[in-house]
Design a protein around this ligand. Structure first.
Ligand SMILES: [Zn+2]
Length: 240
């Protein structure tokens, strides 16, 4: 994940050949990829928030679910069939990861930023131990208030994000409930907000910046392989 801090007007547009999340980018680090579906794929995170020796997982378990379409939001994927199939498959991946993590005593907390000024939409999922999950909602609400964001709790709907063309930040709490922050154009939103809040919840504030958590490539490979092993029984893209 690259965070570009330059003013928007100075930014060069990112096309698929240089996009960090496009499979067609020849520079893409292949060793993070753990599953490829029809319309989306899953990678482990570069600079993961949890530690590699996370209890019961033996890997950080921090993943990204990424659409194959190079689009800043799901709602702006031009072809309606691709859009619908992408949304369906990304939910399926998230539910599969949820099931896998539940077996190991974790809730899959996901978050995403959907903004038309973004580059390539993705969902991040981070395992939160069952013992800490009670703090997730209240901590997000507290941090949102502190930052001046208005957060509302909603039910997750099947077409979430599809017909909804406004900019938003969303937290999946691992059940049917989500937290939703509307990002109207005047809201200056911290791109690292989700990670920072989860770093507090997990008691890992020193790991809130992904750049200070970047691993050696051999550890990245090891963690991706371990995640693949854990996910294998839940990965619907594999033959039974
Ligand atoms: Zn892209």
């Amino acid at each position: 994940m690259r965070v570009n801090s330059r003013p928007r007007s100075e930014r060069k547009p990112v096309d698929p050949s240089t996009c960090f999340f496009c499979l067609s980018n020849p520079q893409l680090a292949q060793h993070f990829i753990v599953s490829i579906g029809e319309e989306s794929y899953v990678t482990t995170a570069k600079g993961p928030l949890p530690l590699s020796d996370s209890q019961g997982l033996d890997c950080p378990g921090h993943i990204l679910i990424i659409p194959l379409s190079h689009s800043p939001t799901l709602a702006s994927i031009p072809d309606s069939t691709t859009r619908k199939d992408t949304m369906t498959e990304m939910v399926k991946y998230r539910r599969s990861v949820e099931k896998m993590l539940a077996q190991h005593g974790y809730v899959a907390v996901g978050f995403e930023i959907s903004r038309h000024s973004g580059i390539h939409f993705h969902v991040q999922v981070i395992p939160v131990p069952d013992s800490k999950v009670v703090a997730v909602k209240s901590e997000f609400e507290r941090a949102a208030k502190k930052n001046g964001y208005t957060v509302i709790e909603r039910d997750e709907e099947d077409n979430d994000g599809g017909d909804d063309d406004e900019d938003f930040f969303k937290v999946y709490l691992g059940g049917k409930k989500i937290l939703y922050i509307s990002l109207s154009p005047e809201v200056r939103f911290d791109l690292q907000f989700g990670r920072k809040v989860l770093a507090t919840i997990l008691g890992l504030p020193e790991r809130s910046d992904w750049k200070s958590c970047v691993q050696d490539e051999k550890d990245e490979v090891k963690d991706a392989e371990q995640f693949k092993t854990l996910f294998k029984p839940y990965d619907f893209t594999l033959p039974e």
